[in-house]
Design a protein. Structure first.
Length: 150
């Protein structure tokens, strides 16, 4: 690294401080997008257990018959019209990225009910992509400190 005077270092640090908040927000936004895309991609395929989340149970025969009767594919769990998939979004508030669904039934699928087993997709998406999402945040925060080099 090139030598730098204390005055130049102080000036550089004051400029870095002004951009760090924006860098953090961009990193959190990218992390949220990574988890959102993963969660959307999980729908329609049976998912294995991703601790602490259970594997997805097979659809009941009655559910498969109902799907066929309504014109949907027989065995694509949590994927009918695409509404649930398309309801998954992310947003950044403060120092936190949130990944969520606006579908009223999403919680029933994520956690199950007394009559339906859980088929979690947001929690497992986070577990699968935690390292990648964390790296995205770290890279964005480090960029102003390293002149944009990652």
């Amino acid at each position: 690294m090139a030598e730098m005077s204390f005055a130049a270092l102080a000036l550089r640090l004051s400029r870095i401080g002004a951009v760090m908040g924006r860098a953090q927000q961009r990193g959190l936004d990218e992390a949220g997008r990574i988890v959102e895309v993963e969660a959307r991609g999980m729908l329609g395929d049976y998912q294995p257990a991703i601790p602490p989340f259970p594997r997805w149970a097979d659809l009941k025969d009655s559910t498969i018959r109902d799907r066929l009767r309504r014109g949907f594919t027989a065995n694509d769990p949590l994927l009918r019209s695409g509404e649930l998939r398309d309801s998954i979004h992310h947003e950044v508030r403060g120092n936190t990225a949130f990944v969520f669904s606006r579908d009223i039934n999403a919680g029933r699928h994520e956690f199950g009910t007394s009559k339906m087993p859980p088929r979690p997709f947001i929690g497992p998406a986070l577990v699968r992509k935690l390292d990648e999402a964390g790296k995205a945040v770290a890279d964005h925060i480090a960029a102003p400190l390293t002149n944009g080099r990652r």
